[in-house]
Ligand binder design. Sequence first.
Ligand code: 5GP
Length: 232
Amino acid sequence: MVLHTGKSKTVHQGADENTVILRFTDNITAGNGEKHETMQGKGELCAAISNLIFAHLKLNGVETHLVEILDETSVLAKKAEIVGVEVIVRNAAAGGFVKKYGVAHGLIFEPPVVEFCVKSDKLGDPMANENQIAALGIATPDELSEMTKKSLLINTYMCRLFKKAGIRLADFKLEFGRYENKLILCDEISPDSCRLWDMKTGEKFDKDIFRQGLGDVLDGYREVFRRLSDVK
Ligand code: 5GP
């Protein structure tokens, strides 16, 4: 039974009430779905990269929704109640930040910047602060502070991993869910939801290739997978 059809994944009921099956599809979208295409092998690549990153985070003690990898495009996950905010962590200025604040692309943030956006396709995922999110009843201030701490820790682990692959993690988006009175990392982490730049040349390996029409986006994703697979 399909519970939810997302832009790049479908969510199905798992074998029991506490699990779901996430299927990575070959769809790629940008600009809130305005630009969309289907690319053979894209789901498999995103699943493989996300599974590698989730395994790395688990090794570092981060609790995630992942229960088991089922096949090349599907994972079994804990059925968490998804918190309706996207957490964005930025190590360098790009995309929305450059557009909003007019700073130079690549400006380094130390410490990293954490932002929240309300998850709403209809509203275009508007950015919101803690007070606004609490007023909307989407998450409590305690939950937001816990998500911030967890996201910064995840950022540290991910930066370390990508550095070993010669990749700079410029920014990324996370989603959390409530499960057994805890907040756990959900959704996916892949080049669909991160900005990943070659450390030496600055070449882009993420969805910006598709957003900006820079070439074969899956070549970038393949490079990310190849390099992450080689990290010892
Ligand atoms: P920006 O706010 O600059 O557009 O995005 C910041 C980071 O979060 C980028 O790595 C971008 O890919 C990711 N991101 C922001 N919103 C979404 C979203 O709705 N879906 C996905 N997959 N990633 C997002």
